[in-house]
Design a protein around this ligand. Structure first.
Ligand code: C5P
Length: 237
């Protein structure tokens, strides 16, 4: 059994609209402490035990630039393949999955390029949970009270309050037995279903997905202010 990783990194980062280095590059290529976010993310997976191969999905025109960047930062390029992503995160993962030389019972982890603060121990725990449950994702309990809303022209109106103890905020990595992830991704494509993570594609097949406790530090760099927080966490390491 081998462990493969897919890093979708083909996003355009449209929410990173102002401030910092924004406007110059999609967020996965912005730098933290002098290193591109994608490079930091890849380092964590290269450091984790037992990772066989990593597939990074980027825009077609960025493949060569990313390959050069990986060499420049002296990453173990023998274990990394840079492939073409798609117009949505789900398509990026689907494209990479088609190229993955993985067998049915191998494990595939999917991880956002823009979560560079993931630690190798959490990656390894996720793999162990997938061995037990076939599907496992990293998640953190909600600290805020969660409201369901209806969007209005002026903003939003609350329609209900969801009990906080029943909420987990989904992060990545999200790991699956390869045959299960392939079936989930292809079924979603056939049904025209678009999910914002891989677990949702597996859940709709009626399969249980386990949750591995994560950390709020594994933040998804989305808005300009997230960069300062990520710098702070990196500095503390
Ligand atoms: O847009 P979102 O925040 O959900 O992006 C999560 C991850 O998916 C990012 O690493 C982003 O680069 C990636 N993505 C992708 N292909 C897209 C859109 C997003 O690989 N078309």
């Amino acid at each position: 059994m081998q462990v493969f990783v897919i890093i979708p990194a083909a996003g355009l980062g449209t929410r990173m609209a102002t401030g910092g280095q924004a406007g110059q590059a999609p967020k996965q290529f912005l730098e933290l402490r002098g290193k591109p976010i994608l490079v930091l993310t890849l380092r964590a997976f290269l450091q984790a035990e037992g990772i066989h191969q990593i597939f990074v999905a980027v825009r077609d025109h960025e493949i060569q630039r990313v390959e050069a960047q990986l060499r420049q930062h002296r990453l173990d390029t023998a274990r990394i393949s840079v492939v073409e992503g798609g117009d949505t995160r789900q398509e990026s993962v689907r494209n990479a999955l088609k190229l993955l030389p993985a067998k049915d019972d191998d494990i595939v982890l999917v991880h956002d390029a823009v979560r560079p603060l993931i630690d190798p121990a959490t990656i390894e725990r996720t793999v162990e949970e997938v061995k037990l449950h076939r599907a496992a994702i990293v998640g953190v309990p909600a600290v805020d009270t969660i409201k369901q809303v209806e969007r209005t022209a002026g903003g939003a109106i609350i329609t209900s309050t969801i009990p906080r103890e029943r909420i987990v905020l989904a992060q990545t990595p999200q790991g699956f037995r390869c045959d299960l992830l392939r079936r989930a991704v292809e079924t979603a494509a056939d049904d025209g279903f678009a999910g914002t993570d891989e677990a949702s594609l597996v859940e709709r097949l009626g399969i249980d997905v386990a949750v591995v406790p994560g950390s709020p530090r594994n933040l998804k760099i989305t808005h300009p202010e997230d960069l300062a927080l990520a710098e702070f966490y990196l500095h503390q390491r």
